[in-house]
Design a protein around this ligand. Structure first.
Ligand code: PEP
Ligand code: MN
Length: 356
């Protein structure tokens, strides 16, 4: 439910609305737009009588949000949320380029690649220290060691870093011992943006814990769409993060599972999801053409289509020697290919119609 206040109402009136919301055991969420003040009523409002607010002098209108998601909806906040990290701002109409390897393979590797993707035009560095692998026998990431290398790459280049928190568990080390600190704690401490991967989009406990910790650390969350999750489920996962304390959420589409096979494309690019999510939500929407296609020969074309469709950012897996990559090599572009993609992205960005 949304209570829209009339222009220039005194503070006492706002306080009165807030008091009534709280007396019902619900949570008020104030949102000031350029020319309006709306108060969101968060919680189960089924049994609440709209007239309870309408009768207050100074209330302009009372409106029920029809969607299950509220805080992240454009109905609740008409302006796109601007999210800043490490000197980069998204949600302002520009296209942010985040590039780097699927997984961090070593110190030299990430330090060199960080400089190369920066020279190619990337504005943030991605790289997994903790990897959610389908097979338990596959490389699981360097863990805390990888995070240290990633932080060193940030120090050297100034690029903010985006890396995934795969869980609240302790990461296993090579010899069978466990790291001392939980994966999530370490990622929140080091990352500039905490990535929650497709496989975890519905790990509601992880979403809640990530929201709480990242809010305290003031770090945004990049949430990927589950490979078999509907757009509504995706938005509700973002709502979990928002309602548990962190509204700085970047949505990232990364392809969905259909009847296609790996011979042609790993997933199916959910490009229409970009304008749909931008219409329905107030969050920036990114696209990951690497996982969406699973094929480096398709990354450029799909990346450009995503930008034309209004994407606020791209996540592009890049590797100096894709054939030798420890994970997802078939979909990694080289730094030179990344530079060519970024040049084309900037051309489309310059002529694309203004989106929400
Ligand atoms: C990744 O970004 O490397 C990754 C594992 O992505 P997703 O969660 O989209 O599969
Ligand atoms: Mn990957």
């Amino acid at each position: 439910m949304i209570v829209r206040m009339k222009m220039g109402v005194p503070k006492e009136t706002i306080d009165e609305v807030v008091r009534r919301i709280e007396s019902l055991g619900l949570k008020p969420e104030l949102s000031r737009g350029t020319d309006s003040l709306v108060i969101g009523v968060i919680g189960d409002t089924h049994a609440v009588d709209d007239d309870l607010f309408r009768e207050i002098e100074g209330v302009g209108s009372v409106h029920r949000i029809t969607r299950a998601y509220k805080l992240v909806s454009r109905e609740f906040r008409p302006e796109t949320r601007r999210i800043s990290f490490g000197g980069l701002t998204t949600g302002d109409g520009s296209v942010a380029i985040i590039a780097g390897p699927c997984s961090i393979e070593g110190r030299e590797m990430i330090l060199e690649l960080a400089s190369e993707v920066q020279a190619a035009g990337a504005q943030a560095l991605r790289g997994g220290a903790y990897k959610p692998r389908t097979s338990p026998y596959a490389f699981q990431g360097l863990g805390a060691e990888g995070l240290r290398y990633l932080a060193e790459a940030r120090e050297r280049t100034g690029l903010p870093i985006v890396t995934e928190a795969t869980g609240t568990n302790l990461h296993p080390l090579a010899g069978g011992a466990l790291e001392e600190r939980r994966i999530l704690d370490q990622v929140v401490e080091t990352a500039d943006v905490v990535q929650i991967g497709a496989r975890n989009m519905k790990s509601y406990g992880l979403l809640e814990e990530t929201a709480r910790l990242s809010a305290v650390a003031r770090k945004p969350v990049l949430l990927k769409r589950g490979e078999a999750a509907s757009l509504e489920e995706f938005l509700l996962a973002a709502e979990y993060l928002a309602v548990h304390g962190n509204e700085d959420v970047i949505l990232c589409l990364r392809g969905i599972r259909t009847f296609e096979t790996k011979d042609f494309q790993r997933y199916t690019s959910d490009l229409a999801g970009i304008p749909i999510l931008k219409r329905q939500s107030n969050l920036p929407v990114f696209f990951d053409p690497s996982h969406a296609t699973g094929d480096r020969h398709l990354v450029r074309d799909v990346a450009l289509a995503a930008v034309a469709a209004g994407a606020d950012g791209l996540l592009i897996e890049t590797h100096a020697n894709p054939q030798k990559a420890w994970s997802d090599g078939q979909q990694c572009v080289t730094p030179a290919e990344l530079a060519a993609i970024v040049a084309d992205v900037r051309k489309i960005e310059a002529i694309r119609p203004k989106t929400l």
